[in-house]
Write a protein that binds this ligand. Structure first.
Ligand code: ZN
Length: 135
């Protein structure tokens, strides 16, 4: 698969209006984009740390994946995303190696990326996302 870098770390938060100023004031990072991904029932806020991003995720619906995550586990790290080339080939290759997939083919995520998730039961408990930048 050979990811080129960690594209982002996704962190579930209850409230972006509280979490964004925290990252700005404590870490001195600048939130450069806030975007709603209706598909995922989340509002996302992005910060850059080198070439890796921090993606804060606030649920817009208690029944959505982040709403359920927070209810079960509370706020915290939700997923890690690797940047890869040819995402659909990588998803197939992972499946061929016995990894359970959440997404058999990639779909559209925030910031125009193609994304696909591997199931945490197959990845030592870490919800792992693959993502590919549009060419
Ligand atoms: Zn993500």
């Amino acid at each position: 698969m050979k990811p080129t870098h960690i594209e982002h770390i996704g962190i579930a938060v209850k409230n972006l209006d509280e979490a964004i100023p925290f990252y700005e004031e404590v870490f001195g990072l600048k939130c450069y984009n806030v975007e709603e991904v209706t598909d995922q029932k989340v509002k996302t806020a992005f910060f850059k740390v080198g070439q890796t991003k921090i993606e804060l995720l606030e649920s817009t619906d208690p029944e959505g994946p982040i709403g359920k995550f927070i209810e079960k586990k509370g706020e915290g790290i939700h997923h890690m995303a690797f940047a890869v080339e040819n995402i659909n080939e990588q998803l197939q290759a992972a499946e061929a190696k016995g990894v359970r997939l959440i997404d058999k083919t990639s779909r559209k995520g925030a910031e125009g990326l193609s994304i696909g998730f591997l199931h945490p039961k197959s990845t030592f408990g870490v919800l792992t996302e693959l993502c590919e930048h549009p060419k």
